[in-house]
Design a protein around this ligand. Structure first.
Ligand code: C2E
Ligand code: CA
Ligand code: CA
Ligand code: CA
Length: 279
């Protein structure tokens, strides 16, 4: 048995080294990415479902690395979470997104809200509320125009600290939304005790809406429940016109997805903003 164990180890060792080498390399690149200005925010419109008019914008992080090319958030955010690098990166995201929203106010001739994703590690950092308040102060964005998207997973922890931070942010006038709603397998009771404004229906429910009657029922039920709790609803991942008819019929307040626009770099979004008549 001893011999077998040894050879099994010998067999796995090179792979493990390779994986951890890759991780270490990515981590050291990520450590330098902020000062090398390799991060960029893409912006995706959130529209009113009934009119198609612009409601707000979600900021989505991209990492342009000279060797790795464009790295999508699903590939680097988990490592950024583990290493704690998400804290300085997230701070940059919030300030950059606020700055962009202020600049669009002049272009569009009216206020445009900005939604920013917040990861659990970032949210639980003791400096988090200060980071948010400082970003608002430095950019001059009014708190009502900033919406923080928090995943259902984070709320699951049920801690007093989480409740307290949410309360502080709400008190400051900042909007709060539950991201990926429906994927967290959580009890729904948190919805009545926490100060959320919006539910974002995860795209996994929206994607097969027209093919799968169960998904259609779930989306309908989420919309009705949210409204009866006084929350507004955003459907994410809307790709087809048929989905927009369904969502309109069911009274879903807002929609977001490739059908309306893909996430775009700032300059492209601004062009979209200037030429779009339904702002
Ligand atoms: P999310 O918050 O659920 O964001 C929605 C994702 O769906 C985005 O992927 C967006 O590009 C994509 N999407 C939008 N419309 C459609 C559509 O019609 N069809 C399909 N199939 N996809 C659509 P992205 O940009 O790759 O971001 C992935 C995840 O990474 C986000 O999921 C979010 O959890 C996280 N993330 C992105 N930016 C940040 C950030 O600044 N901070 C943190 N902590 N997480 C971020
Ligand atoms: Ca989101
Ligand atoms: Ca509120
Ligand atoms: Ca989602």
């Amino acid at each position: 048995a001893k011999h077998k164990g040894k050879s099994a180890f010998a067999h796995f060792a090179p792979e493990m080294t390779e994986v951890s080498h890759e991780r270490l390399q990515m981590e050291s690149r990520m450590r330098r990415a902020l000062e090398l200005q390799e991060f960029e925010l893409y912006y995706q419109p959130i529209v009113r479902t009934d009119t198609g008019n612009l409601h707000g914008v979600e900021a989505l992080l991209r990492w342009n690395n000279p060797t790795m090319g464009m790295v999508m958030p699903d590939r680097f955010i988990p490592l950024a979470e583990e290493t704690g690098l998400i804290i300085p990166i997230g701070e940059w995201v919030i300030e950059e997104a606020c700055r962009a929203a202020v600049s669009w106010r002049d272009m569009a001739g009216r206020d445009i809200g900005i939604s920013v994703n917040v990861s659990p590690r970032q949210f639980r950092d003791p400096g988090f509320t200060n980071v948010v308040m400082n970003a608002l102060k430095r950019t001059g964005l009014s708190p009502q125009l900033l919406e923080l998207e928090i995943t259902e997973r984070l709320i699951l922890d049920n801690s007093i600290e989480t409740a307290e931070i949410l309360r502080q942010l709400d008190h400051a006038g900042i909007k709060l939304s539950v991201d990926d709603f429906g994927t967290g397998y959580s009890a729904l009771s948190y919805l009545k005790s926490y100060p959320f404004d919006t539910l974002k229906i995860d795209k996994s429910f929206v994607q097969d809406l027209m093919k799968n009657p169960e998904d259609a029922s779930l989306v309908r039920a989420i919309i009705n429940m949210a409204h009866s709790l006084g929350l507004s609803v955003i459907a994410e991942g809307v790709e087809e016109e048929a989905q927009t008819h369904f969502l309109k019929h069911e009274g879903c307040d807002f929609s977001q997805g490739y059908f309306y626009s893909r996430p775009q770099p700032e300059a492209d979004f601004e062009r979209w903003l200037k030429t779009n008549h339904r702002v």
